[in-house]
Design a protein around this ligand. Structure first.
Ligand SMILES: [Zn+2]
Length: 389
């Protein structure tokens, strides 16, 4: 028997963290050289709304400091560029992109997307929890964060004959995953308004987590009832007045700009000095053609800015706002201690993404993905799932 002390996984994780934490503390004070510096650009500060000339020091995937950092092992010249957090799409159905996750990463990471919050209710409708688990497996190791909301309404209607259902125990199982952030869009708003106990059970099991709403056209007392039933957000407003009512009722407003539904320009006048912290953008459904031809969140930002939204505010609404809403600690800002999920823009107004960084690694540049994608296969049970009569 060896006398050598075997560290537990928890001890090993602690020592690794401690080493990185000590390095960052020293790097921030100029005592150590960081692994990487983004040098010579202007940094968009999501907390103050300023553009500040500063270098960004990154070590072990985390921002060690924003300031003057003369040297690093790897110096990336961002002179003339603006460094912002990478963009977040707070509500997207991966399936409607028509891309398996690695190919989706190839399409969106060069456009500056750093995180997607996916509601996998379409694959759940066809293949249940095993389908969702396969999708999740295919997102491991990608150069962006994919997080989930647990599908709350599969099938969407009792009149459907789906391939699978997603029962309360499936929702509970998924809510326990560390990468599930919330209960997914509660489309059955008539069930909520009828105070259906089956809906109540879904609300109950998601206590303590945010819940995504879906309430097209709801206003007045019905909206009060829906919001009060436990909802925290909505991306289904078609009219300005409707979105204003929802914002007043406490829902975070996701202004949708997808391939089929485009509500951004109708809702944009809702954004003002008081309301903007409670508003963000989402695509909901955006297909591979639009993603590759026009872009992703960067394209939504361009549309909003062209229509008069201040670009700094627009970027805060696509980074810090969704990170805070979905309680994603450690992303959405260029500040010490945050993960180095960043973009470098050559032009703020046109949201021209030159570089995308994920966990401090340069993963896309000049419109091309640089990161290698993990090999992945689509499991057999998901094939032959489309039957055309
Ligand atoms: Zn949706």
């Amino acid at each position: 028997m060896s006398d050598e002390h075997q560290y537990t996984d928890a001890e090993s994780a602690y020592f690794k963290w401690l080493w990185q934490w000590r390095r960052r503390t020293a790097i921030a004070q100029g005592l150590y050289e960081p692994a990487t510096v983004l040098k010579g650009g202007r940094v968009l500060n999501v907390f103050s709304g300023e553009l500040i000339e500063a270098d960004v020091a990154v070590d072990a995937g985390v921002i060690a400091g924003v300031g003057q950092f003369p040297d690093a092992r790897d110096v990336i010249d961002v002179r003339g560029m603006i460094v912002t957090p990478s963009f977040i799409d707070p509500h997207l159905h991966l399936e409607s992109t028509l891309l398996w996750p690695p190919e989706l990463a190839r399409a969106v990471v060069p456009h500056g997307t750093g995180a997607i919050i996916a509601d996998p209710h379409e694959i759940a409708n066809v293949a249940g929890l095993p389908g969702v688990e396969s999708l999740r497996a295919a997102t491991q190791g990608l150069p962006l964060d994919i997080r989930y909301t647990a599908p709350s309404c599969v099938p969407a209607s009792p009149l459907e004959s789906p391939g699978a259902s997603f029962e309360l125990h499936d929702i509970e199982a998924m809510l326990a995953w560390p990468d599930t952030l919330a209960l997914g869009e509660l489309m059955n708003f008539p069930g909520v308004l009828a105070a259906d106990p089956e809906i109540g059970a879904r609300i109950w099991v998601s206590n303590g987590q945010p819940r995504d709403g879906h309430a097209p056209g709801l206003r007045g007392p019905k909206l009060q009832a829906y919001a009060g039933a436990g909802m925290h957000s909505d991306h289904e407003s078609f009219e300005l007045g409707e979105a204003r009512d929802k914002l007043r009722a406490g829902l975070v407003i996701m202004m949708r700009q997808g391939s089929s539904e485009k509500n951004l320009l109708d809702l944009l006048p809702l954004v003002d000095d008081e309301t903007w912290p409670r508003i963000t953008f989402c695509s909901d459904d955006r297909d591979c053609h639009d993603l590759t031809e026009y872009g992703h969140v960067d394209d939504i930002l361009r549309t909003a800015i062209r229509s008069g939204l201040d670009p700094v505010r627009a970027i805060r609404m696509a980074t810090w706002n969704p990170a805070r809403h979905w309680r994603m600690d450690g992303i959405g800002a260029v500040a010490p201690g945050y993960r180095a999920n960043l973009v470098a823009l050559t032009n703020l107004e046109s949201v021209s993404v030159e570089h995308t960084f994920h966990n401090g690694r340069l993963v896309a540049s000049g419109g091309e993905l640089l990161a290698s994608l993990p090999p992945t296969t689509i499991p057999d049970f998901l094939r032959h799932s489309v039957n055309v009569a």
